[in-house]
Design a protein around this ligand. Sequence first.
Ligand code: NAD
Length: 495
Amino acid sequence: MVKINNYTNGKLTSVSRKYLDVFDPSKGEKINEVVLSNEEDFKNTILSSKKAFIDWSEVTPLKRSRILSNYKTLIEKNIDELAKLVSSEHGKTLDDAKGSVIRGLEVVEFACGIPHLLKGEFSQNVGSGIDSWSIRQPLGVTAGITPFNFPAMVPMWMYPISIACGNSFILKPSEKDPSCSIKLAELFSEAGLPDGVFNIINGDKEIVDLIINSNEISSISFVGSTPVAKYIYETSAKNGKRVQALGGAKNHLIVMPDANLDQAVDGIMGAAYGSAGERCMAVSVAVAVGDIADKLVENISSKAESLIVAPWTDSSSQMGPVISKEHKDKIENYISSGIEEGAKLVLDGRNFKIQGYENGYFVGPTLFDNVKKDMKIYKDEIFGPVLSVVRAKNYDEALNLVNNHAFGNGTSIYTSDGEVSRHFTTNCKIGMVGVNVPIPVPMAFHSFGGWKQSLFGDHAMHGTEGVNFYTKLKTVTSRWPKSIQKGPEFIMPTN
Ligand code: NAD
C-alpha cells in the first residue's frame, strides 16, 4: 500500500495527515491512501508555483520544447508502468489504459511545436512608419481539476500546453485514482522541468474550493460532472479567473436504415461498453431509424451477451468494473428505474458476479429497447455500461432528439448517404461529431469540447484553443523612426 502525497517543488510531501482510501475496483479492496491536503499544503504549493513561474516564463519556447521532447521519450519508455497505474486504480483494461496514455502523449507531441504555435501575427506599415504585431504571453499560475475516468489523458489535455506556454501548473487529480499523475510529474522532472513548474495537490472539495477562490491562480481548467462543472465555472468566473469547465454527456449514435449494420453494431459495442461506459464520449443512446431497429437490437444483444467482463489483470478482458461501490449501486438503481418507467430490458447487468472477485464493482453489459425521451434513463448521464435504444420514425425525428437533449458533447451518424451526413454535421447542436465513426474524439492538434451542458466557458481543450486559453493576447503598435514629428492629433488615426 502506498501513501500518496503531494508533488510540490519536485518532492513528495504533505503537511496534512488526513488520508482517504483508494480502492482496486476489481476486488473492492483498499490498495492505497491519498492525502486530503489542508490550507498549509495549499500555501506551500502556491508559493512554489508562483516562484517557479518567474523563471520558467523567461525560458525560451525552444528550450521549453526540448524539455517536452525529453518528456515524450520518457513517457514512451514508461508507458507500461503508467498504464498499470491507471488500470489498478480505475479498473479499465490494460490496452485501454495504454491507449488513453497515448492520447495524452499526443498532446505532449503537439506542445513540442510551441515555438511555432506562439509566433503571433505581424503587419508592417499599418500606418506610415508604423508596424503592429501580436504576442501571446503566459497567464501565471494555472490550475486543473480532473475526473476519475481518465487519470492520465485528461490532465495531459491541460498541463503540457499550459507549461509549454510558459505558465506554472497545479493539478488536482481525482482522489479515486491519483497515482498515475504523480508518476507523470516525476517523469517531467526527470525530463528537465524545473521544480515547481508542475505541482500536484491531492484532496477533495475542500482543496478545490481553495483553488477556485485563490487570488494567486489565473485560470482554471476543469473536467468532471455537469453540476460540479457549473459550480466551478460560476465561482471561478466570479473570482475573475479565465475558466473552461467541461461537464457530462449523453451521446447519441444514429443508425440510418441504409447504414452498414455490422459496422454500426461493432462501433456501438466499443463505444457503449468500452471502459464500462465510463467515458464522456461513450455512446449511451443508439437511435434506430425506421425498420433497422429490430435487427440492430438483436445484433447488439447477441454481441453484448458474449462480451468478456473481467479484471484488468486478465488479458482477455474487454470490460472491467466501474469505479466504486456507490457508483455500481447508482447504475443498478438506474436500471431498476428504466424497468419501472416501461422501457424493455433486453440485457440485465445487475448482480453481475465474477468468481474470485465477488466484491468487485462489476456491472454487466445492459441493453434497453423502446426507451422514451421522458424517462430518467434517457435524460440523465448514467456513466455505466447501459445502452438505451430509442426508435425514431425518420431522420428528422432522430436529429430532433440529438438537438433537444440537454447535453451536447459528442454524437455520430452511421449512414451511406452523403447528403444526410452533410446535413447532420451542419445542423446538429453538438461539439464533436462523427460520420461512421463511433467516438469522434478530436486529435491533439484539433480541440476537444462539447456544447450546451457539456461545456461552460468559451474555450475547448488542447489544439490552438488550448494555446489561446493559456496565453494572454497583447497587440503592439510601434512607430519608428523618431524623426517623424506631426504634432498632437485629436481625432482617431485612419489610413
Ligand atoms: P466529478 O465531478 O465528481 O469530479 C471531478 C473533480 O471534481 C474531481 O477532482 C473531484 O475531486 C472534484 N469534485 C467533486 N465534487 C466536487 C464538489 N462538490 N466541489 C468541488 N470539487 C468537486 O466527476 P467524476 O465522477 O470524477 O468524473 C465523471 C464525470 O466527468 C462524468 O460526468 C463525465 O461525463 C465527466 N467527464 C467529462 C469529460 C468531458 O470532456 N466533457 C471528460 C471526462 C469526464
